[in-house]
Design a protein around this ligand. Structure first.
Ligand code: 5AD
Ligand code: SF4
Length: 438
C-alpha cells in the first residue's frame, strides 16, 4: 500500500508520525506522493485546544469526495483526538475505518489486517508503553541532521486546563541504557543533534538516573554535538539539570520553560505548583549558569476569571524576562478538565484582544533582542531550506534561533559560522563565512 500521514500538534506527535511510518515501512508499505495516490491515510491528531480538534473533523469532512471516489481508501484516526474521543469518532464520521491511541501504536499492523478483511472498525486506545518501547532507529525520519528520541511519555501533573494527562496517560520513562544505545546508532547514521522528548521531560527517571544523569551520559556519545530536551516543567527544573546544562558542551544553550501566566493567583488556580517569584528565580539561575541561554515559554491568555490586572502581571513577566520566543494561546475549555467547572468567564473578544496585546509586546522584545545580534558571528547547524524558498538555507544556533542564509544543499547537516546581517522578530539573516569544522 501507499500511505500518507498528516500530522497536527507537538513535536511528540511529529515523532509519533515518524514511528507510524516506520511500522508501515517494515510491513513493506511505501509513502505516497500525494493524497490522491494514497491507499492508507493516517490523521495523527491533537486535542490540546478546541480549534485543533475541530480542524480534524472539518478535514475529515473535506475527504468525503475522495472516499466516495475510492471506497477502498483506508482512513485511520490516530493521536490525541483518537484517544480522547474513541467511539465518538466513528459516530461523527463514517469515513474513519479505525481509531488508534498514541500509546497503542504497536497494534497498527493487526488493526490494518482487521480493516482489510473488513471484519469491523477496530479501535485500540489501551495506554500501553508502545511509544517508549519503540526502537528509535526504526522511525522513518525526514531529511536533515536532527533526530528525536521519546525518552518519556505521559504527565502526572494536574494542571486544571490540560487534556494531556488524559490523552497521554501516566509518566513512563525509557531506560537510559536504551536511550544511550539509540543515540550511538543515530550518530553512526549521521545525525548530529538529538532532541529528547517528553511531555514533562525533566521529570525523567530511570532508577537513580534523572534527566541530568541522562544528559551527562549522552554527552559522551561521539558525533552527537547537540542535545536538546523538551518540554520542561518549572517545578522539576532542578539545580542538577541547570548544572548539567552548564557543564556539558553538547547540551544546547536553550530552554523551553512554559510559564503559562505571570500572575500568582492564576498560577494557583491553574494548579501549576509554583509562584511567579519561583519561576523568575529559575530564570535567574539559568541565566547565571548559561549566560547566553535562549529562553522560550508558553502563555495561556484568558484563563477562567483572569482579570485585567492578572493579565497585566503576565505582560510584566514578559517584560522582565525578555524571552526569545513566546507561544501564546487563548484559553480553550477542554471537556473533562477541572478548569471547565470554572466556566469560560473571559469574553471571547477580550481574550483575543489580550492575546493580540501580548503578541505585539513580545514581537517588539524579540525584534530588539535579535537586532542586538546584527554584526555578530553565530554558529549554526544547517538543517534544511528556508521557507523563503530559492537557494536560502536554514540553520539553528545553539540558543535555538533560526538563521537564513544563501547556500546550496551540499551544506546540509554541516556546522558553520554565519555573520548576521539583518534581524526580524522571528529569525536572523546572514552570510555563511567559515568552512565546516568537521
Ligand atoms: N487552552 C489553551 N492553551 C492550552 N495549552 C494547554 N492546554 C490549553 C488549553 N486548554 C497550552 C499550554 C501548553 C501548550 C502546549 O498549550 O500553554 O504549554
Ligand atoms: Fe496535542 Fe498535547 Fe497531544 Fe501533543 S500531547 S498532540 S500538544 S494534545
Amino acid at each position: 500500500m501507499r500511505y500518507l500521514i498528516q500530522t497536527w500538534g507537538c513535536q511528540m506527535n511529529t515523532h509519533d508520525s515518524e514511528k507510524l511510518a516506520g511500522i508501515l515501512e517494515a510491513l513493506g508499505h511505501r509513502s505516497a506522493d500525494d493524497i490522491r495516490s494514497a491507499d492508507l491515510l493516517l490523521l495523527n491528531t491533537c486535542s490540546i485546544r478546541e480549534k485543533a480538534e475541530e480542524k480534524v473533523f472539518s478535514h475529515l469532512g473535506s475527504l468525503r469526495p475522495l472516499k466516495d471516489l475510492r471506497p477502498d481508501l483506508i482512513i485511520g484516526l490516530c493521536g490525541c483526538v483518537a484517544q480522547q474521543k474513541g467511539e465518538e469518532v466513528f459516530r461523527r464520521s463514517k469515513l474513519v475505518d479505525f481509531v488508534l491511541g498514541p500509546r497503542a501504536i504497536a497494534s497498527l499492523p493487526s488493526i490494518l489486517e482487521e480493516v482489510r478483511s473488513r471484519r469491523s472498525r477496530p479501535m485500540d486506545r489501551e495506554k500501553r508503553d508502545d511509544s517508549i518501547r519503540y526502537d528509535a532507529l526504526r522511525a522513518q525520519r525526514g531529511p536533515g541532521p536532527r533526530a528525536f528520541i521519546t525518552v518519556m511519555e505521559g504527565c502526572n501533573k494536574t494542571c486544571t486546563y490540560c487534556i494531556v494527562p488524559t490523552t497521554r496517560g501516566r509518566e513512563v520513562s525509557k531506560p537510559a541504557e536504551i536511550v544511550l544505545r539509540e543515540a550511538v546508532a543515530l550518530s553512526r547514521a549521521g545525525y548530529r543533534e538529538v532532541e529528547l522528548l517528553g511531555q514533562n521531560v525533566n521529570a525523567y527517571r530511570d532508577g537513580a538516573i534523572h534527566l541530568d544523569g541522562l544528559l551527562r551520559r549522552l554527552q559522551e556519545v561521539d558525533g552527537i554535538r547537540r542535545l536538546r530536551f523538551t518540554t520542561s516543567h518549572p517545578t522539576h527544573l532542578s539545580e542538577e539539570i541547570i548544572l548539567a546544562m552548564r557543564e556539558c558542551p553538547s547540551v544546547c544553550n536553550a530552554l523551553h520553560l512554559p510559564a503559562q501566566s505571570g500572575s500568582d493567583s492564576v498560577l494557583e488556580r491553574m494548579r501549576r505548583g509554583y509562584t511567579r517569584r519561583r519561576y523568575l528565580d529559575r530564570i535567574e539561575r539559568l541565566r547565571r549558569a548559561v549566560p547566553d541561554i535562549g529562553l522560550s515559554t508558553d502563555i495561556i491568555v484568558g484563563y477562567p476569571g483572569e482579570t485585567r490586572s492578572e493579565f497585566d502581571d503576565t505582560l510584566l513577566l514578559l517584560r522582565q524576562v525578555e524571552f526569545d520566543q513566546v507561544y501564546s494561546f487563548v484559553y480553550s475549555p477542554r471537556p473533562g478538565t477541572d478548569a471547565v467547572l470554572e466556566g469560560d468567564a473571559v469574553k471571547r473578544e477580550e481574550k483575543e484582544c489580550r492575546l493580540h496585546e501580548l503578541q505585539s509586546l513580545q514581537q517588539e522584545i524579540q525584534r530588539r533582542r535579535n537586532q542586538a545580534l546584527v554584526g555578530s558571528m553565530v554558529e549554526v547547524l544547517v538543517d534544511g531550506f528556508s521557507r523563503m524558498g530559492g537557494s536560502i538555507l536554514k540553520g539553528r544556533t545553539t540558543s535555538n534561533r533560526v538563521v537564513n542564509f544563501p547556500g546550496t544543499a551540499s551544506r546540509m547537516g554541516q556546522f558553520g559560522s554565519v555573520q548576521v546581517k539583518a534581524a526580524g522578530p522571528n529569525s536572523l539573516e546572514g552570510r555563511w563565512i567559515e568552512a565546516p569544522r568537521s
